[in-house]
Design a protein around this ligand. Structure first.
Ligand code: SF4
Length: 346
């Protein structure tokens, strides 16, 4: 899968006119061709040539967990025999974006992850490789085919740190937002990061009005160090410096993700520091009570403690959502299905 400009260049190398790029993109993104053979308005020799080098479908569906009314996880196999998960979330008022009738897809950006956030299964087996732009975009195409639903909200919160795969992320974003591509508006796309400061500043320079979510989980260095190893490299002060740069370039409220873990980061004192931090960048806060991850000992605070935490924020004038229902494990436990499959325990 290539962008429009990459295709034009490639076709010129094959002695082909540039309008062929429009034809090919139309087949891929509008008609959803599954093979180059279907592109009957292209010369046969060109189709054969491209088919050998650019597989149209780099992902194979292996299994689906969940049902139409609940969160559905699709386990997808890549060309090299590795697996990733893509999660389709039914319409919900508490999820990202403003409207409640959206089908949100949570996509992966890497196989495994090098950042080792302590609440996350994706980092348990370390990092394997980046996903290509085609592998990122194919998750959306495949999820739409499997579900029969149009994905109209996208979150980069699956396996991997999207900003550590910056180049491919940018190419994928071009394919996703362009008129010749999937045509999903930037405002319907949220990129979630553990807080890679240089890349946040670079992302702020992109033309698309995408949304940014930060896996914060600790309002000060002492607390965040316990949960997010990345904080030793990019401490809270530096991170918020980058978020101010983001605010100066983009007209979108930042979301601070905050998993509430009993005895670690969920005291009212933490809420007070978090409120000040959020106010300093006019961010909203998304509170997620901790969901148990196999192999980790942390526990979820009581519902009362979670509400108390939320109240501290709202009384300080911060917009803070809290999802108390269990089973929405995509934020905290991405990557578990893949780990089971690769270890043969699924
Ligand atoms: S939360 Fe994101 S950055 Fe952290 S280990 Fe999991 S996938 Fe990696």
């Amino acid at each position: 899968m290539l962008t429009q400009s990459q295709l034009v260049e490639l076709l010129a190398d094959h002695g082909q006119p540039s309008y062929r790029a429009t034809q090919i993109l139309d087949w891929i993104f509008k008609k959803r061709a599954k093979s180059w053979d279907e592109m009957t308005n292209l010369p046969e020799s060109l189709r054969e040539d491209l088919a050998g080098k650019y597989p149209l479908r780099p992902l194979k569906h292996t299994l689906t967990k969940g049902s139409k009314d609940t969160t559905r996880k699709f386990l997808l196999e890549l060309g090299d025999g590795r697996y990733i998960e893509t999660v389709l979330i039914p319409a919900s008022p508490a999820l990202y974006g403003e409207r409640s009738d959206r089908h949100t897809l949570c996509v992966s950006s890497q196989i495994g992850c090098a950042y080792g956030c302590k609440f996350c299964a994706s980092g348990l087996d370390g990092f394997t490789r980046n996903l290509s732009a085609a592998e990122i975009v194919s998750q959306i195409i495949l999820a739409e085919e499997l579900s029969g639903e149009k994905v109209n909200n996208l979150v980069f919160m699956g396996m991997g740190e999207p900003l550590a795969n910056f180049k491919n992320l940018c190419v994928a974003l071009e394919m996703i937002t362009s008129d010749w591509g999937l045509k999903i508006g930037g405002r319907r796309i949220t990129v979630s990061t553990s807080g890679l400061v240089p890349q946040i500043k670079n992302l702020a320079e992109l033309p698309q009005q995408i949304r940014l979510a930060i896996s914060l989980h600790g309002p000060d260095d002492e607390t965040r160090d316990k949960i997010m190893p990345v904080n030793r490299k990019f401490p809270v002060g530096e991170l918020f410096g980058a978020l101010r740069v983001w605010n100066s370039k983009k007209n979108q409220k930042i979301t601070l993700e905050y998993i509430l873990i009993d005895g670690i980061n969920a005291d009212p004192e933490h809420a007070m520091i978090l409120a000040k931090r959020a106010a300093s960048i006019k961010a909203k806060v998304n509170l997620i009570p901790y969901n148990k991850v196999e192999g980790l000992e942390w526990v979820r605070p009581s519902d009362t403690a979670c509400r108390k935490f939320q109240n501290v924020l709202t009384q300080a004038g911060i917009s803070a959502t809290l999802r108390l229902e269990k089973g929405h494990d995509i934020d905290a436990a991405c990557g578990q299905l893949r780990l089971k499959k690769e270890k043969g325990t699924l």
